[in-house]
Design a protein around this ligand. Structure first.
Ligand SMILES: O=C(O)/C=C(\CC(=O)C(=O)O)C(=O)O
Length: 311
């Protein structure tokens, strides 16, 4: 793949660029597989980063994203608006429009968004909005504003993607369970995987999914959650052992409500940058059968993002 650039912007100190020589995965994803969580960054010279951003990344263009898609064997992408672009969705929408129908998107919007703007995003392929509660990434938005947005986008048949840390779930519970749409949780609500999989923290997340059938989860980002590794680098086929029991538990209990994504270009990693090919090789560890793999990678994302193509 071509090398990342940054245009006129200065990257956040210590920024780790995405990995340019990903391995060809050993695990062959099923035909029609969807990478349901990834981002585009800029390029900053064309789509400037938002003034209110909390980090400045290297560029990660739609061309580079789609080259990775093809290399890994995926058919489609779901491009999720990253906080470094704030509520300026142009880079993400441009990626959707250029994908020839092979990408759908999740936007960030403010209360001031007009119906015409929502309609234009829908026409481009946006199917959800993201509410981010990770304090290092965003400033606080009042819940009544978010609820108003959720009620409006429900009319387009969109869903809400939520990103939060596990310790914040109790406080956010009432708001999340009042949302009127399908709700998709990023990265299993970021559990602390050094705690027991049967302990109270992860039990609360399972209760959230068990009691609320509109809640889905992405079983993505082992590289963010893992404490013990080993890292998905240098051909490692057994990466992120400590995350497996958590992700496998969710896939096996809720096989029809799980999604998977690379999270390319992996913003804000501090320790290492994974080889995306080896991240794909993580999938059979958490979805051990062909049936689970097809639900995770094809049936579920198609039902949520391309329902018109599902019989
Ligand atoms: O890419 C992710 O899913 C996770 C992120 C970045 C992010 O969410 C954003 O910038 O919007 C993180 O934990 O820093």
């Amino acid at each position: 793949m071509s090398k990342p650039t940054t245009g006129d912007f200065t990257k956040t100190a210590g920024w780790m660029d995405w990995y340019t020589g990903p391995a060809k995965p050993t695990f062959k994803v099923p035909a029609g597989a969807v990478d349901a969580h990834c981002h585009v960054f800029g390029p900053g010279a064309e789509f400037p980063y938002a003034p209110e951003r909390k980090y400045t990344p290297c560029d990660a263009s739609k061309h580079q994203l789609y080259a990775l898609r093809d290399h890994l064997g995926f058919a489609r992408n779901v491009v999720v608006q990253a906080t470094c672009h704030g509520a300026d969705n142009r880079a993400m929408v441009d990626a959707l429009v250029s994908s020839g129908g092979k990408a759908r998107g999740v936007a960030t919007v403010k209360r001031s968004v007009s119906d015409a703007e929502l309609q234009a995003m829908h026409d481009a392929g946006v199917r959800g909005v993201r509410f981010n509660f990770v304090k290092r990434l965003v400033d606080f938005t009042p819940k009544d504003e978010l609820m108003e947005i959720a009620s409006r986008i429900a009319k387009w048949g969109w869903h809400v993607v939520i990103y939060f840390e596990a310790v914040d779930l109790p406080e956010l519970w009432d708001f999340f369970t009042a949302l009127p749409t399908t709700v998709v949780v990023d990265h299993m609500g970021r559990p602390d995987v050094s705690l027991p999989v049967d302990g109270p923290q992860f039990a609360l997340f399972q209760k959230f999914m068990r009691e609320h059938k509109n809640v889905w989860s992405k079983v993505s980002c082992p590289e963010r959650l893992s404490v013990t590794g080993p890292k998905a680098l240098n051909g490692e086929q057994n990466a992120y052992q400590d995350v497996i029991p958590f992700a496998k538990r969710i896939v096996e209990e809720f096989p029809d409500r799980v999604l998977w994504g690379t999270d390319w270009p992996h913003p804000n990693l501090k320790d290492h940058m994974p080889d995306d090919g080896l991240l794909v090789d993580f999938i059979p560890h958490i979805a051990p059968t062909a049936e689970l793999q097809k639900k995770l990678l094809v049936d579920n994302p198609m039902r949520l993002y391309w329902p018109e193509e599902v019989a």
